[in-house]
Design a binder for this molecule. Sequence first.
Ligand code: ARG
Length: 589
Amino acid sequence: MAPVTSITANVNARLADALTSALPEAGGADPLLRRSDRADYQANGILALAKKAKANPRELAAQVVERITTGDLLADVEVSGPGFLNVTVADRAITETLAARAADGDRLGVPLKEIPGVTVVDYAQPNVAKEMHVGHLRSAVIGDALRAMLDFTGEKTIGRHHIGDWGTQFGMLIQYLIENPGELSAETDTDGEQAMSNLNRVYKASRAVFDADEGFKERARKRVVALQSGDKETLDLWQRFVDESKVYFYSVFEKLDMEIRDDEIVGESAYNEGMPETARLLEEMGVAVRSEGALVVFFDDIKGKDDKPVPLIVQKADGGFGYAASDLTAIRDRVQNLHATSLIYVVDVRQSLHFKMVFETARRAGWLGDDVTAHNMGYGTVLGADGKPFKTREGETVKLEDLLDEAAERATAVVREKAEKVGLTEQEIVENGRYVGIGAVKYADLSTSANRDYKFDLDQMVSLNGDTSVYLQYAYARIKSILRRADAGDAPVAHPELALEPAERALGLHLDAFGDLVFEAAAEYAPHKLAAYLYQLASLYTTFYDQCPVVRPRPAQEVVENRLFLCDLTARTLHQGMALLGIRTPEKL
Ligand code: ARG
């Protein structure tokens, strides 16, 4: 493995050196480099530096230019405007850098972090005995992408699926099962759909008895106490609800083409034993106080209506622990036992107040030190085409599997239209249809900044035009087909001695920026930046392909080879980038 320093980083270093040597007393400055239309880059940093040194910016810029040697890396550096620098990179440097990337397999020359941290990603957390909804879909899709991106930078990630597997509702469910044995029969529950329909039936039936029968209500309440105190029979039945639900969860994750590890499913129940200690410590430290019998934490800046403070409830007046206590206990575990340096929670933005209070409490208690960051990556609501929260025509929440099935169905129709031309078998049509459909759903979710609401519009999602995954998947397949037809082999050869066309330079510089971009998007927890990068990559490729013929009219042999080399690296970068988003790129489409 040979990591490659990006051209941007090299140019930046050169300019920074020149800045320092032109004005040593300033002690260095950021050249403020950015990509530009006029040249490859524009550097604006001289303006601020000149101001600080009370120098004339244009004169200072000229002095900086004098100190830059052109040739190997830089072809040209010019002063422009009030004291900007326009920087043009040498063609040879572009091709050589890309060739080094091409020689580095899947990593494409992207280095690994020197000092990786441990990030615990809390995502894909559905609730036991309940249907998954589109919100759970967002958490799963975003969390999965985030994790892959962080892993790619060398960060160590640990997944935590904080499923809702604990709480008073289990008293009702278990008591019902005790009084109606056989309602949740294990043998027949082989597929997820069956499992969920069993759970739904038990849920509805138990709810009905609970609402109608005071005696049952009382027995259900006692059952909660039995569960919390670890009664064997009660726990065994609870486990059956969890197991049955997992069958269902896994079937949905599989539909999502997503791998979830069993040892990372660590739900609320896992923190049950630690919760009393969490409460005791908080009370001892004075972080939490008793108020109307409950143990709570107050915050100066968090107030509800009538300016009344809204506390975080650690323990209810009846002694029960809830959501906050499990999250606080989880933080202790993640920091102390998993040695997390970052905690990230991919959870609906509507829970952001909860996390704000939980993080603040953990900081006061010293469980979250200055060396640990905690962030709720709150995502917005999924809306229907009408702009209202996504519901079926009957006003019910949409079942996740139905939605994924429909996406696959629509996508299969799109794939089928072109299938004959490309020569796909029926099996390939179905398989690709699935990847295109799931990809469409994931990409729509990932390409808008997560905190925004987005419209779930399948027609738009599987459209071939515009910023969709299908567009990117077709771009990839088209490049692969060009490479196949040109008999380009496994590793097309680059020719650094050739001069490059503007479209080749633009594509090349963008390809080179892949690693820097992934690092930036991962650090900012912003998968949408990676999606935007890939979309732009496909657009730059299209321009390149229009302007720089590979086959007809046939250019000189080295030019053909160099262009095929660019095609190949584009395909590999697209493939890797899409994989980080959790989206497959079929070879033929
Ligand atoms: N199960 C919860 C829900 O469906 C989400 C859990 C989020 N994670 C957490 N650590 N609180 O809303």
